[in-house]
Ligand binder design. Structure first.
Ligand code: HEC
Ligand code: HEC
Ligand code: HEC
Ligand code: HEC
Length: 192
């Protein structure tokens, strides 16, 4: 048989708990957690979306010839087969470096609006931009190249002799990929 008094007190305990939960400031906890989760998910998808080629294309197609050159390079085979996206080569994998690049890249949104780079002045501006990329890649020991060209994908024993001989001596000579492989995705330029 049920004890009416105990169930009554259980009810009021539940009621008390409910009333306590309804306090506005307490409600801010689940809402806060919810916003945090949505925020992080949104943040993550912005990070991912901004790495897609279309994002990079959206500006660079209009202002220079970079995209066309990339599409003619061995790292881009077809729409369905892309060996390396723009971001694979240009955006670091390590989180802190990634954030640094994304933050400096927001300045490019401003430059885009003021039309700093155009199809007309691109060739004059190009050496400055290329130098920046070379400096970054040298400083990072071509980390993005090595992200893919590693292990079985960089098996010296399977490479033609000329490539193998160069690669074998690279560490001893303190060389890095970008010292030799410039102009792999864009028009080769030479800076004196
Ligand atoms: C909002 C427009 C915009 C988008 C989107 C954009 N860029 Fe750029 N990018 C620029 C502008 C403008 C410059 C020239 C900046 C300058 O003159 O200093 C630039 C320069 C560069 C450079 C030259 C070197 C450097 O460090 O500045 C690289 C590399 C580059 N962008 C890669 C990318 C990649 C990869 C993506 C996609 C992840 C991308 N860009 C998306 C506008 C954009
Ligand atoms: C996302 C992966 C990826 C990244 C990043 C990448 N590559 Fe490649 N690369 C490939 C694949 C896949 C091929 C085609 C198959 C092969 O030759 O291994 C290729 C081909 C090449 C080739 C031979 C074809 C040619 O263009 O002469 C060279 C050289 C090369 N990569 C150098 C580099 C360098 C230097 C970097 C860094 C600036 C780099 N790659 C970044 C995946 C990548
Ligand atoms: C000292 C110069 C030098 C350095 C440094 C160097 N390479 Fe090479 N690499 C070459 C030469 C030369 C070839 C042969 C290219 C040719 O004959 O056209 C080659 C060929 C390649 C190929 C094509 C291999 C094949 O099977 O045909 C890839 C991929 C490549 N290098 C990637 C890299 C990567 C990634 C790095 C950095 C880890 C790197 N290289 C560093 C000089 C260099
Ligand atoms: C396989 C690696 C690789 C890929 C993929 C790649 N780049 Fe580059 N990018 C480089 C290297 C290396 C340089 C430095 C200049 C050079 O050696 O060609 C460079 C230079 C640049 C520059 C400076 C101007 C110049 O001509 O040097 C811009 C802007 C740029 N890249 C944007 C892009 C964009 C946008 C994409 C995609 C459409 C892209 N890159 C794809 C490796 C890559």
């Amino acid at each position: 048989m049920d004890d009416p008094t105990s169930s009554a007190s259980a009810l009021s305990r539940r009621e008390r708990l409910w009333r306590w939960l309804k306090k506005p400031w307490l409600l801010s906890i689940p809402i806060g957690i919810y916003l945090l989760v949505i925020g992080l998910a949104g943040f993550q998808s912005v990070m991912v979306a901004s790495n897609q080629n279309v994002f990079c294309f959206s500006c660079h197609l209009k202002m220079d010839t970079i995209v066309q050159e990339y599409k003619a390079s061995p790292h881009y085979v077809s729409e369905d087969k892309v060996h390396a996206t723009c971001a694979d080569c240009h955006v670091p994998h390590e989180f802190v470096d990634k954030m640094r690049v994304k933050i400096t890249a927001t300045a490019d949104i401003y430059y885009m609006f003021i039309g700093k780079i155009t199809k007309e002045n691109f060739e004059q501006e190009r050496p400055r931009l290329a130098q920046r990329v070379w400096d970054d890649m040298t400083a990072e020991n071509s980390a993005n190249c090595r992200h893919c060209h590693v292990g079985d994908n960089f098996d010296l024993s399977k490479q033609p002799q000329r490539a193998r001989l160069n690669h074998q001596q690279m560490d001893a000579r303190g060389e890095t990929c970008i010292d030799c492989h410039t102009g792999i995705a864009h028009k080769r330029i030479t800076v004196e």
